[in-house]
Design a binder for this molecule. Structure first.
Ligand code: UFG
Length: 341
């Protein structure tokens, strides 16, 4: 019988791509989302890609009774937990909202799972836990640093909560995936990133500028100590990232974990500068972007990229898509959203 994976926050950008890959790999998927930061576009896109309906539970993961119902109604073999707020700047203005929601939802999930005899839990963490690294690329053993935002701090604290829960031996097994910079969209252009309001992240800002929804792309800083003066990042294709979750779930369910709590970097291992990304976007999509250099954005790390060799080796996963295909997919998605031919 197919194993069932609960995807909390499964209607969002990363969750929807993960839901597709899980079903395509043969898992049953239950999506749970409160639609606080997304509409139904991606969930509908997922069903269109798969050609079938998926169970959707509209609920808040801070609502203990709702989480309890979920665990009573479904035989859940693994949970992938995405349900969280994720805007760095907003978290600085509203730390309590972020701590309440991001920690509260995770605690509720773990308490419920423990009561039900345990579960395999995959937590979506972030490279933000490495802060400004002393050595590059970063491995999973690179020291975590003081978070620069409450959002980043919730990622670090949730990693620790999961680790401590696993250590009690009460049936929780855990994997934290530390994402680098997820970008792009599904090749079908049926699901992709759908930020509310003005995008904070680079690629949605680029695509919205290309579509004429934003006048100009501000590139934050061209005086960094990097080859072209702009920041270096490890941009990871969203479908590649989604596939890493399938590998991690299989590792847990097949009893292949080397330790009941494990951490993996999910990145390409190849740094790309902001300017290189902008230039690549223009080239592959045959267009000119209106951009300008503006002062550095406070809190930005100069350079960070992954050493993904542990994930390559242990999960049998590696990033495969070319940046060109990723940027074509991002543009195809934005064009579809805007009805551009
Ligand atoms: N950038 C611009 N212009 C923009 C947006 C971004 O120049 O309009 C630059 C940034 O300054 C940065 C790079 O593009 O150098 C990437 O910025 P993103 O906001 O896309 O991504 P970050 O690396 O800042 O953010 C990522 C994750 C967050 C995480 C953060 C930690 O998206 O979830 O790393 O630093 F919290």
């Amino acid at each position: 019988m197919a194993k069932t994976v609960l995807v909390s926050g499964g209607a969002g950008f990363i969750g929807s791509h993960v839901a597709v890959e899980l079903v395509q790999a043969g898992y049953e998927v239950v999506v749970a989302d409160n639609f606080s930061n997304c509409d139904r576009t991606c969930f509908e896109g997922v069903q269109q890609i798969l050609g079938r309906k998926l169970p959707l539970v509209e609920m808040d993961f801070c609502d203990a009774a709702a989480v309890e119902r979920l665990f009573s109604d479904y035989r859940i073999d693994a949970v992938i937990h995405f349900a969280a707020y994720k805007a760095v700047g907003e978290s600085v203005d509203e730390p309590l909202t972020y701590y309440r929601n991001n920690l509260g939802s995770f605690l509720t999930l773990l308490e419920t799972a423990t009561r039900h005899g345990g579960c395999n839990v995959l937590f979506s963490s972030s490279a933000t836990v490495y802060g400004t690294p002393d050595k590059l690329p970063v491995t999973e053993d690179s020291p975590r640093q003081e978070a620069t935002s409450p959002y980043g701090n919730t990622k670090r604290i949730c990693e620790d909560i999961l680790r401590d829960c696993v250590r009690t031996g009460k049936g929780i097994k855990g994997i934290a995936l530390r994402y680098f910079n997820p970008i792009g969209a599904h090749p079908s252009a049926l699901i992709g990133e759908l930020p509310r309001g003005v995008p904070n992240n680079l690629v949605p800002f680029i695509t919205q500028t290309a579509a004429g929804r934003r006048e100009v792309l501000n590139i934050f800083g061209n005086d960094y100590p990097t080859p072209d003066g702009t920041c270096l990042r490890d941009f990871i294709d969203i479908v590649d990232l989604a596939k890493a979750h399938v590998c991690a779930v299989a590792r847990m369910l097949d009893g292949k974990m080397a330790d009941p709590y494990e951490v993996f970097n999910i990145g390409t291992g190849r740094p790309l500068s902001v300017m290189e990304l902008v230039t690549a976007f223009e080239k592959v999509n045959h267009l000119k972007l209106n951009y300008r250099f503006v002062p550095r954005r406070p809190g930005d790390v100069v350079a960070i990229w992954a050493d993904p060799s542990k994930a390559n080796r242990e999960l049998g996963w590696r990033a495969e898509r070319d940046i060109e295909d990723t940027l074509k997919a991002a543009w195809a998605w934005e064009k579809r959203l805007n009805g551009i031919g």
